[in-house]
Design a protein around this ligand. Structure first.
Ligand code: TYD
Length: 245
């Protein structure tokens, strides 16, 4: 089957990449996390655009989805038909989607030296399925090890908004009757999500930066950019590049 052999080919390349080798070759990997209506997608897109304007190669992507196989699984999960199978099964489905996304999109982009900006990634599984769904942390970590490998995010923005505000934004965006599997959960569920994200951020302060998503959009974008500059200095990289004859 031609599709399948193409997939296997990409898989071999990705698996052969050791963390050390990827470190030398790769671009930077930035993820956006947060509850519903927190502004992740807007700010992921704005950051990608800003980086592009500096001449940096950027792949903007999202989860669940981001690759052909993962988009099929996204449809299954968000329709809610897998919900009766339980949070463990959902975690495995998210992992299956992530595996395809990492091997076919994220790793190849990083290996090519592009930056990758991804709307949701492993922390969504840790929080939604791990904390809220009470899936055994050993399973969550095991799935992460298999699917993510060396493609660990370098920097993660957690956009923080009270659940009530976030859900109101999400409803205004798409109308009340069309809530997906997770948007349809209660306010209490979404407040617990928010708390779980803040606990996660405290555990990994080097990687995770919590940003107040209630601030005006431009201020949020400025804070995100300031953190990217502090960590990677992309503007400086461009100046140095230009200075070299
Ligand atoms: P999406 O339509 O992409 O919404 P959002 O704008 O909130 O990102 O829906 C993704 C939903 O899937 C969201 O409610 C969070 C959930 N999710 C998980 O539960 N686990 C995961 O690993 C991922 C990536 C997403």
């Amino acid at each position: 089957m031609p599709g399948l052999s193409g997939y296997d080919g990409r898989r071999r390349v990705a698996r052969a990449m050791t963390p050390e080798r990827l470190d030398r070759l790769r671009g930077h990997f930035i993820t956006f996390e947060g509850g519903e209506g927190s502004g992740k997608s807007t700010h992921a897109a704005a950051l990608a655009q800003h980086l592009t304007s500096l001449g940096i190669d950027v792949v903007l992507t999202r989860e669940p989805g981001g690759s052909t196989g993962a988009e099929i699984i996204r449809h299954i999960i968000l329709s809610g038909i897998a919900k009766p199978l339980g949070a463990e099964t959902e975690a495995i489905l998210f992992a299956a989607a992530r595996d395809d996304h990492v091997r076919t999109v994220i790793l190849p982009a990083l290996e090519a030296g592009s930056w990758v900006v991804c709307d949701r990634f492993i922390d969504s599984t840790r929080v939604y399925q791990g904390v809220l769904g009470q899936v055994d942390p050993r399973l969550i970590l095991g799935l992460e090890r298999v699917t993510v490998g060396p493609a660990k995010p370098d920097l993660t923005f957690i956009l923080d908004v009270p659940a009530k505000i976030g859900l109101a934004r999400a409803t205004a965006r798409r109308g009340k009757d069309l809530a997906d599997r997770f948007e349809a959960e209660s306010i209490a569920y979404h407040e617990s999500l928010r708390k779980a994200y803040s606990v996660l951020a405290e555990k990994e302060p080097e990687r995770c930066i919590v940003i107040d998503g209630r601030a005006p959009r431009e201020i949020v974008a400025e804070r995100i950019w300031a953190a990217v500059e502090r960590k990677f200095n992309p503007g400086q990289a461009r100046v140095v590049e230009r200075a070299v004859p």
